[in-house]
Ligand binder design. Structure first.
Ligand code: UDP
Ligand code: MG
Length: 318
């Protein structure tokens, strides 16, 4: 099989037949062996009935239906598990992404050897309320992750099969698939300018809260991928730093007290009347706590070394 197209959808009944036809035309014109995997994310309209009809007419159309709405990430992950094509393409169901881009994306993965190619909606057909925060989001993500992409959250993306089999997309993490791919060692990430249409039917499923959650997700991805294997490196170094600071202040206070009593012969302030005393106290306690957190984290990671920790990109004769 050449291509698996994965389409997550939530209440998109009007668009589905048109989309399926269009993809089928493109595939036939280019002689691709393909499958379309529709993942119905708990739609409450007749989307699932339509997918069942499409599957009857065309065996390349397949469907998976959730019992309730789990979100786009869950839908993508389920599709990824099912995909069999050498190239996996994800696409939104709302006809904003054009199936005409498929051959170009396929070529970039197969011939130009990209691991992941992300669409770039250079000329976006969305309201300004959405395009401006999106610019900011892309800039921050690019800066944090070191991946030079203009449009991380584009629904239209192409992957080498090994990429989608080795990442786990959950929560709202679909925005950061390129970041996850990079951390899994799939470093050749490119982008392709794609056409973008205004939404033809239905309305957008995401509001403004996406930006706050999105940023928090980015922090967890960066943190988890950097320190999951070695929590002690993070917590331990912070802990030692804090503890040493507290310890030095304590030494200074003891020295000061000693000088007051035995050398300067003055009364001076009591130890616990000095602001420094509280600083030292907090620093020592926090230091120990951080160290302990690192130690516990370390024990958890060692006891949960499972298979699948190592990402295999290709195999031969196996
Ligand atoms: N989607 C989904 N589950 C959800 C929300 C959205 O599967 O909970 C699908 C939706 O049907 C569409 C794609 O994800 O195919 C992108 O959603 P949308 O077009 O609303 O996002 P936007 O283009 O506004 O960013
Ligand atoms: Mg859309």
């Amino acid at each position: 099989m050449d291509i698996s197209v994965i389409i997550p959808l939530f209440n998109e009944e009007e668009s589905l037949p048109e989309l399926a036809n269009w993809i089928d035309e493109v595939m036939k014109k280019n002689n691709f062996l393909y499958e379309i995997i529709f993942v119905n994310d708990g739609s409450t309209d007749s989307s699932w009935e339509i997918i069942q009809q499409l599957a009857q007419q065309n065996p390349a159309c397949k469907g998976i239906s959730f019992t309730r709405n789990y979100g786009k990430s869950g839908a993508l992950q389920t599709g990824f598990q099912e995909a069999k094509g050498k190239v996996v393409i994800t696409m939104d169901a709302d006809l904003q992404d054009s199936p005409d881009e498929i051959p170009g994306l396929y070529d970039m993965i197969i011939n130009q050897k990209y691991d992941l190619v992300s669409g770039w909606k250079k000329d976006r057909k969305d309201p300004i309320m959405k395009t401006v925060p999106t610019k900011l989001f892309n800039w921050v993500t690019s800066w944090f992750s070191g991946i030079k992409l203009h449009d991380f959250n584009c629904g239209l993306k192409a992957y080498r099969l090994a990429v989608v089999k080795n990442i786990v997309v959950y929560g709202e993490m679909h925005r950061y698939i390129p970041v996850m791919a990079k951390w899994a060692g799939f470093g050749k990430i490119g982008e392709k300018v794609v056409k973008h249409q205004a939404r033809k039917y239905g309305k957008t499923k995401f509001g403004l809260e996406r930006f706050l959650y999105g940023f928090l997700d980015l922090l967890s991805i960066m943190f988890v991928s950097k320190f999951r294997k070695r929590p002690m490196h993070f917590f331990g170094s912070m802990g030692i730093l804090s503890f040493m600071m507290g310890f030095m202040i304590t030494l200074y206070m003891i020295y000061d007290k000693y000088m007051n009593v035995f050398v300067r012969h003055i009364k001076g302030r009591e130890i616990n009347e000095q602001p420094l005393f509280y600083l030292a106290l907090v620093a020592v306690i926090m230091g120990t706590q951080l160290f302990l957190a690192g130690f516990l984290g370390e024990m958890i990671t060692t006891s949960s070394h499972q298979q699948g920790e190592y990402v295999i990109g290709e195999k031969v004769n196996i």
